[in-house]
Design a protein around this ligand. Structure first.
Ligand code: ZN
Ligand code: ZN
Length: 198
């Protein structure tokens, strides 16, 4: 094993999903979401806003399946919602009655096409489109792991390791990162993100 080869970045990347760099909900500046006590805490590096988990800023799907309060027929609806909506307006096809019902909510990892953190649903700081794809990273450690990986792949250029254990280990990364033609571009993007201040 050469030194450029390291452990499965798919696994290592998820091991690093312990803290997140996001856009501050108050000032859009760079904020850090770090473990704190048994939970997490957001601290903004520009406006010093501090927030504990509770409010989900990301997108959600609200789903409700209930019996109409007037005629008792079944009504079902799901819709993408923002923010803290916990109720869905449902209209009964049978009697036309309209009412808001308690909805089951499921959180989306993306909001308006951008990747968010799993704690607050805030847009990740380290993300950028590359072609039709979105490159993203939860934090600087993940970013540098991806950088090391792409650099190592670049050095291996020309070696056909299709089907080898090594390429299988990397198979969980998005293909646009592993695609040979993209590597210079991905490295350029990573170095832009490493110094991103706004
Ligand atoms: Zn802020
Ligand atoms: Zn009804």
């Amino acid at each position: 094993m050469s030194e450029e080869r390291f452990a499965d970045p798919g696994t290592t990347l998820s091991d690093l999903a312990t803290h997140f760099v996001v856009h501050c909900p108050k000032c859009e500046g760079k904020a850090l979401v770090n473990p704190h006590d048994d939970s997490f805490r957001l601290t903004c590096t520009s406006c010093f806003h501090v927030e504990t988990p509770g409010h989900w800023y990301g997108a959600m799907t609200a789903y409700a399946s209930v019996k109409c309060r007037e005629c008792n027929s079944q009504i079902t609806r799901s819709a993408t919602v923002d923010g803290k909506w916990k109720k869905l307006k449902l209209k009964c096809d049978q009697c036309g009655d309209e009412c808001e019902y308690e909805a089951h909510l499921s959180r989306h990892p993306k909001h308006n096409g951008l990747m968010t953190d799993p704690i607050f649903g805030l847009n990740l700081w380290l993300q950028k489109p590359i072609g039709d794809e979105l490159f993203w990273s939860y934090n600087y450690e993940q970013l540098s792991l991806l950088e090391q990986y792409v650099r190592a792949k670049l050095r291996e250029r020309g070696i056909d390791n299709k089907g080898s254990k090594n390429s299988l280990m990397f198979s969980r990364l998005p293909t646009f990162i592993t695609r040979a033609g993209n590597r210079e571009e991905v490295l350029k993007l990573i170095s832009e993100l490493q110094v991103k201040t706004l």
